[in-house]
Design a protein around this ligand. Structure first.
Ligand SMILES: [Mn+2]
Length: 356
């Protein structure tokens, strides 16, 4: 029995509102969902497990119809899904009473229910959210029944406001696999046994890193899983070190190089840290054209010119310190790291001097 485990697709989300790529991201979230269904068909997996937050908010009827159509294209795969805290079953939700395709099981009860797939010798357990928050630890104490074969729990939450989970207890509860959703960062909590698939596509700028789905197989009583990177893009956090030698143009070029190296289609949050010459200004607003830059922060502190200081201090302790450690320009031991180390040393000495 082979399965794909996805979670937190957040159909209907519009990431980074106001940014030029925002609408495109909204479409990419839908596209990746369509792609993962095609992948399920291509791979001929037996189950597609969706561990909550398929929709970002209450879905529209037309959205349900589109999703149902995509599910209907699966010739072999059984879909099992549940509502999470974002798409919880509101009293007016069109999810209530929707006629799903035959190959779709919607675990729409507020209490744990199970569905047994005879051909697959597999039972899937789960329930849906009926409110935005659930504070009770509803997964604690759940156990699979005694039917033979594979037992999978679909679960959503794990923080204090969304069904707190005692992970040790859940891992020991007897399920062969616990397919988790809600936390957007993919993480294998217990190898081949309990995992957050993570958001299929990153939904907001805190969702840094790789995103995708989990491909699993159950054979001879053993689960085997693999994370498959699948998202169109990533949010990347960069931290660039500025030195007293850095200039605005040089920084621009470095950012352009970093973006090229890390993927031009990714979305960036950039901090410029370290020291800069007091008269150098990083015109960060003009950097935005260099790529998909969501945030750019100049966190540098104005530093001082080592050459100037050397002249100023002559033969006092700071002057002699500089003399001793300043690498010869272009010499063998000259490097940005050395110069930065020297600058830190001088800064420390100046601080001490002030205190004296
Ligand atoms: Mn959630």
């Amino acid at each position: 029995m082979r399965f794909i485990h996805i979670a937190d697709i957040h159909l209907g989300a519009v990431p980074d509102k106001g940014q030029p790529w925002s609408q495109k991201r909204a479409q990419e979230i839908w596209k990746s969902f369509q792609r993962v269904i095609r992948e399920a068909e291509r791979e001929q997996v037996d189950l597609l497990l969706i561990a909550g937050d398929l929709f970002h908010r209450q879905p529209l009827m037309r959205e349900l119809k589109e999703v149902n159509y995509l599910f209907s294209r699966l010739s072999r795969t059984q879909v099992v899904w549940m509502a999470g805290n974002h798409d919880y079953l509101h009293r007016d939700s069109p999810c209530r009473n929707f006629a799903w395709e035959e190959n779709v099981i919607f675990l729409d009860s507020p209490e744990c229910e199970s569905v047994y797939f005879k051909r697959l010798e597999t039972t899937v357990y789960g329930f849906s959210y009926y409110s935005r928050e659930i504070m009770e630890p509803l997964y604690d104490g759940l156990e699979p029944d005694k039917t033979p074969g594979c037992h999978i729990l679909l679960a959503h939450g794990g923080d204090s406001h969304h069904i707190p989970i005692d992970k040790k207890r859940l891992a020991a509860s007897g399920f062969d696999y616990i397919a988790l959703g809600h936390i957007h960062k993919p993480q294998m909590l217990v190898q081949d046994k309990m995992a957050y698939a993570g958001a299929l596509e990153p939904v907001d700028s805190n969702d840094t890193g790789v995103h995708g789905y989990i491909l699993g197989e159950y054979a001879d009583g053993q689960i085997c899983t693999e994370f498959v990177p699948f998202a169109c893009r990533e949010y990347v956090q960069l931290s660039l070190e500025s030195s007293l030698e850095s200039t605005d143009y040089e920084m621009q070029e470095r950012i352009a190089r970093e973006i090229a190296a890390n993927g031009a289609s990714n979305i960036y949050k950039i901090d410029i840290v370290g020291a800069r010459e007091p008269e150098i200004v990083y015109q960060t607003e003009t950097y935005r054209g260099l790529g998909n830059i969501l945030e750019i922060n100049d966190l540098t502190e104005p530093g001082f010119s080592i050459e100037e200081l050397r002249l100023q201090h002559g033969q006092d302790i700071i002057g002699r310190y500089i003399e001793k450690l300043l690498p010869k320009e272009g010499g063998e031991d000259d490097s940005p790291v050395k110069r930065q180390a020297l600058a830190y040393g001088i800064a420390a000495m100046k601080k001490t001097q002030k205190r004296l």
